[in-house]
Design a binder for this molecule. Structure first.
Ligand code: PLP
Length: 228
């Protein structure tokens, strides 16, 4: 098993380098987030031993148990990437380094108020529902600048950029959505110099996302295998 996760990671890193090169982009410019939801702590330890440092989790309670069990691992960074309800903001604010799924002012305000003073500010991405799906969380593109303005003014949050999960759709529509995300990201960067992160691309669409300008890909099954 050790070998499986380590060799998948190695493989993915070289695929990313190759995609970046094909896209004519700087090869140091992508963060690989390992999405470990539903996977055991032993899988995370194997990925960590293979050099992986950034991990993503969707379910607050499950994540906090893992975070506490792995608190001895230096430099490990935890990203909350799932839907976030008001009753979970406290454990997220207390335990994570990043939250990628902020879509409402009320949630941002709670995270800001509940972030412990002794911790570094929480790094925040706004989630955008770029394919305009009724079932998906996220802001409409029109709502991004208004919420960005509010988040940027909060002392315990740092606005770092945008995250999206596009619809399952044909290639042309997917490329169009990624291109619209990139344009939105550029616009945000222009207003806020600290913005440096566009989180898009998962196991099934990493290559298209990198081509479109993603700076962070979130991979689960490609690293840890299929989830139940
Ligand atoms: C589960 C999940 C991922 C990883 O999905 P894979 O298809 O397994 O790579 C990425 N981002 C979010 C928000 C997720 O919920």
């Amino acid at each position: 098993m050790t070998n499986t996760i380590a060799s998948r990671l190695e493989n993915i890193r070289s695929r990313i380098a190759c995609n970046l090169q094909q896209a004519g982009r700087d090869s140091n410019f992508i963060t690989l987030l390992a999405v470990s939801k539903t996977k055991p702590v032993s899988d995370i330890q194997q990925a960590y031993a293979a050099g992986q440092r950034q991990f993503g989790e969707n379910y607050a309670q499950e994540a906090v148990e893992k975070i506490q069990l792995l608190s001895h691992l230096e430099d490990i960074q935890w990203h909350f990437i799932g839907p976030l309800q008001s009753n979970k903001t406290r454990i997220v604010a207390e335990n994570f380094d990043w939250v990628q799924s902020v879509e409402r002012e009320k949630i941002a305000r709670r995270l800001n108020d509940q972030r412990p003073a002794e911790k570094a500010p929480l790094q925040v991405l706004l989630q955008v529902n770029i394919s305009d799906e009724a079932s998906k969380s996220g802001l409409t593109p029109d709502g991004v600048l208004e919420l960005a303005d509010k988040v940027a003014a909060m002392d315990n949050l740092v606005l770092r950029g945008l995250m999206t999960i596009p619809a399952k759709q044909d290639q042309a529509a997917l490329e169009q959505d990624f291109a619209r995300m990139y344009a939105l990201y550029e616009r945000l960067k222009h207003e806020y110099p600290q913005v440096d992160t566009l989180s898009m691309g998962m196991s099934g669409d990493m290559e298209e996302a990198i081509k479109a300008g993603s700076t962070m890909v979130r991979l689960g099954s490609a690293i840890f295998g299929a989830r139940d």
